[in-house]
Design a protein around this ligand. Structure first.
Ligand code: PLP
Length: 371
């Protein structure tokens, strides 16, 4: 085993077409605010099935802008999932609001609508629902809940490009959704992201906010509101076009790799990711397994590491990060389901071009480590 090459956690799919598109922009000399950004946005909007799309510099920037769309202010509360990437909660803190965590379902790993309802107070301004690991959150419960209580719904779809809920593509339900294109995501622009929405006014605001608060009518040094530099440059957008051209192939390949893992892990004592049902079609972002409670995850990870296999303790609960504990006094026991999942879940190497032989190595090493 020691001579075998290392199996990485993730890898982007970059080909000659991507290189060609990026070179074209480099040679044009028009590296930002050129024609390539809008072309990327139109293709992305089409892939998602939504009328408006604003490309931004990262998924985190996109979520931050969604807080501005929701009118989140100091003193407000924003409900979100503890079992997510920190950006889902940090975006609320950027605007002076307090993150409020609602516990999750132990199998979908998504926020539990009943826990959301229990967390609502008169200060609740927004809900950031996350489609964790590309699995759709329960929108038919969350949307009416937000409407009933007058709460803005924001979707963190950063892991879910291509997923569908009840036959509709995520992001096409009308409310704003944030997307991310870091190199470990389904498609990449290097760094980058987007916000999509069904609302033209929200789109106009997004375009202004990402561009230093400039108004549609203003000249370069006139700023109508407090904005940010959250623009996506045209070089990154060109890469995004190359990725979108092969998005179907990428998603299909990821789905095949995932079903191969399902077969290979059938006799291994782990809980594999929840299968799709008629209402939920996952877009495969990572392949996360849950180990039995009695197993020492660190030991399993160390053994796999010695076999040249990368893994990650995916995902830690956000409320237990040190800065969250210090700032808000959060501690163990607050969100038992999320904490139990965080203690037991582990990401295996996963990307579109992972070879079957490498997956066999992963499955064999995991089987041995657990025996
Ligand atoms: C990746 C990710 C983000 C943030 O994306 P960046 O582009 O890295 O800022 C936000 N939320 C979730 C759930 C993510 O997975």
């Amino acid at each position: 085993m020691s001579i075998a090459t290392r199996i990485n956690l993730s890898a982007p799919w970059i080909d000659e077409r991507d290189e060609e598109l990026v070179l074209e922009v480099l040679r044009s000399g028009w590296l930002s605010l050129g024609p390539t950004g809008p072309r990327f946005e139109a293709l992305l909007a089409d892939a998602i099935g939504v009328p408006h799309c604003a490309a931004v510099s990262s998924g985190t920037a996109g979520l931050h802008l969604c807080m501005r769309l929701a009118g989140v202010e100091p003193g407000d509360e924003v409900i979100t999932s503890p079992y997510s990437f920190v950006a889902s909660a940090n975006c609320a803190i950027y605007e002076g609001a307090t993150p409020v965590f609602a516990d999750i379902d132990p199998h979908t790993y998504n926020i539990d609508p009943a826990a959301v309802e229990a967390a609502i107070t008169p200060k609740t301004k927004a809900l950031v629902a996350v489609d964790i690991f590309g699995y759709p959150a329960e929108y038919d419960a969350l949307i009416p809940l937000c409407e009933k209580h007058g709460i803005a719904l924001i979707e963190d779809a950063c892991e879910a490009l291509g997923a569908t809920y009840k036959g509709r593509r995520l992001g096409s339900h009308g409310h704003p959704a944030a997307w991310a294109f870091y190199p470990n995501k389904q498609m990449t622009t290097g760094e980058g992201g987007a916000v999509t929405t069904g609302n033209a006014e929200q789109h106009e605001l997004l375009v202004s906010l990402r561009n230093q608060g400039r108004l549609e009518t203003s000249s370069w040094l006139q700023h109508g509101r407090l904005g940010y530099n959250y623009r996506l440059d045209d070089v990154s957008a060109a890469l995004g076009i190359g990725q979108l051209e092969k998005l179907d192939r990428i998603l299909e390949a990821r789905s095949e790799v995932a079903s191969r893992y399902g077969e290979l892990l059938r006799d291994v004592d782990v809980e594999t990711p929840l299968a799709d049902d008629p209402d939920h079609t996952r877009s495969w972002f990572v392949y996360v397994v849950k180990l039995p409670s009695a197993v020492d995850r660190n030991e399993v990870m160390a053994r796999l590491d010695r076999e040249g296999i990368a893994t990650a303790p995916y995902l830690p609960s956000i409320h237990l990060q040190s800065y969250m504990r210090e700032r808000y006094g959060f501690s163990e026991g607050m969100l038992p389901v999320s904490e139990d999942c965080s203690a037991r879940t582990m990401a295996l190497p996963f990307h579109a071009r992972l070879e079957r032989s490498d997956q066999e190595r992963v499955a064999d090493a995991l089987r041995t480590a657990l025996a």
